[in-house]
Design a protein around this ligand. Structure first.
Ligand code: UD1
Ligand code: MG
Length: 461
């Protein structure tokens, strides 16, 4: 029996994640397990629950959209191994595809579904613990509306068999204890049982659920661990995906509040699966956090900001109305104000970008000040180029920084300057036309324009 504490390394645990199905009812070109939930593919949620148990390895069974599903699996876990199920002949057939990779595996195997995102690591740990009493452990739940779920037929504490809805008698359909699909057994036992499953049933499929009756016939025991129905929620339709998103967001908001994060209007803040927010951070209304966001303790994200792939350090303030795109790193006490967009930009301690600015592919030194309306012209139509701004530099309003270019430490640029050459430390760069002033000309021009307009109005026809 492995130690079943989540997070404790379990060298003997193998995860098998089934992700071959098309998900016809999503009515989509995208494989079902790649639809996003909390800004991450559905598949990542099941893999995240499994990863919390620190398994020895994870095998993902792909089928529909195999290439893309494999890529998503590896993006989450570069060590994940992929097996291909060319035809979706059933859940037992899917598990059997993993057999060649597990032929010498000792220890436990846990089967998860790629379309069932809310199973908690603690529940999986309970299943591993229950293996002390049973050879096969199935995760079940009391269904409010059992619909077409497989039914768990019990004899006291022992699971006798699982009956698929299509095969079930009226009496069996009246059972409300249902199969989540999550199964746990010793890897070699599971593979042996799966190898014995046939497809002589109403659907002509190899049902993983048949392993329970097979186990019992071989003198093995089977048992059930139960969890709330909300945990085993599977996604089959866009409506279910939308409901799952709502459930995910409310869980993330509750966790953030619990962890000491201030959410001024929690129901308007959106989190991703991998969002990390430190204690005493403050997040204002209508903030969207995409994938890969970390916000340190005491940082403040004001209303109407959109962040993804970025890190905000302690004491930094962002927004209102700011957009932080991937590769943005804000050091301590940085201020990013309204209508500022940052992409692949690092801002060192105390730097300020207050208003109406775009910085892309840029490095800004400590305590530099970027004037309103500054833009890094980072793209020449073919390639991207970098802009470097030194410590305590003062970039005047409406400066265009034509990259690649640098502004040295303590240097200044005049307002409206188009910087095309590097500015040395301590220098002032001015690159704009000299002002010409014509006394009285505005008034004379306006008089002339009005006279022209009035003459046009009087013309007949
Ligand atoms: C399955 C269970 C049912 C349970 C329900 C819970 C079986 C026979 N039935 O039914 O008892 O109540 O889940 O949601 O196991 N998959 C493959 N390859 C295949 C078939 C399926 O990878 O050949 C994957 C699917 O992508 C999905 C999962 O396995 O992630 C479950 O398949 P699905 O067709 O949804 O099974 P259900 O009919 O819902
Ligand atoms: Mg299903």
């Amino acid at each position: 029996m492995p130690d079943a504490e989540p997070g404790v390394h379990q060298p003997d645990l193998h995860l098998i994640v089934l992700a071959a199905g098309q998900g016809t009812r999503m009515n989509s070109d995208l494989p079902k397990v790649l639809h996003p939930l909390g800004a991450a593919p559905l598949l990542h949620h099941a893999m995240a629950a499994g990863r919390a148990l620190a398994p020895a390895g994870t095998i993902v069974v792909t089928g529909h959209g195999a290439e893309a599903v494999a890529q998503a699996a590896r993006a989450f876990d570069p060590g994940a191994r992929i097996v291909h199920q060319a035809k979706q002949l059933g859940t037992a057939h899917a598990v059997a595809q993993a057999a060649p990779l597990l032929s010498r595996a000792a220890g436990e195997a846990v089967v998860l579904y790629g379309d069932t995102p809310f199973v908690r690591p603690e529940t999986l740990a309970l299943m591993l613990e229950a293996r002390a009493a049973h050879d096969v452990v199935v995760l079940g739940f009391e269904a409010a509306d059992p619909g077409r779920y497989g039914r768990l037929v019990m004899d006291g504490d022992t699971l006798e068999r699982i009956v698929e809805w299509k095969e079930a008698t009226e009496a069996e359909r009246a059972v409300t204890l249902c199969n989540s699909g999550v199964v746990c057994a010793e890897a070699q036992v599971l593979l042996n049982l799966v190898a014995g499953v046939g497809n002589d049933n109403a659907a002509g499929e190899y049902y993983l659920t048949d392993i329970v009756a097979l186990a019992r016939a071989r003198g093995l025991t089977a048992g059930v661990v139960t969890c709330p129905e909300s945990e085993t929620l599977g996604i089959n339709t866009r409506a279910e995906l939308a409901r799952a998103e709502a459930a995910f967001q409310s869980r993330m908001r509750a966790e953030a509040l619990e962890n000491g994060v201030t959410l001024v209007a929690p129901e308007t803040v959106f989190f991703a699966l991998d969002t990390w927010v430190g204690r005493d951070a403050v997040i204002g209304p209508n903030v969207v956090l995409g994938p890969g966001v970390t916000i340190e303790s005491g940082a403040e994200i004001r209303a109407f900001c959109h962040l993804e792939g970025c890190h905000v350090s302690r004491g930094a303030t962002v927004g209102p109305f700011a957009r932080l795109r991937p590769g943005t790193e804000l050091a301590e006490d940085v201020h990013v104000g309204n209508f500022v967009e940052l992409k692949n930009a690092t801002l060192d301690e105390g730097a300020k970008v207050g208003h109406l600015t775009y910085l892309g592919d840029a490095a800004v030194g400590p305590h530099a000040n970027i004037g309103a309306g500054t833009i890094t012209c980072n793209y020449d139509g073919v390639a991207k180029h970098r802009t470097t701004i030194g410590a305590r530099a003062f970039v005047g309003s409406a400066t265009m920084l034509v990259a690649p270019v640098s502004v040295g430490e303590g240097a200044m640029t005049g307002s409206g300057t188009v910087v095309t050459e590097d500015v040395p430390a301590g220098a002032l760069a001015l690159a704009r036309a000299r002002q010409v002033t014509k006394p009285g000309l505005a008034a004379r021009l306006l008089d002339r324009y009005r006279a022209r307009r009035d003459a046009a109005r009087k013309e007949p026809g």
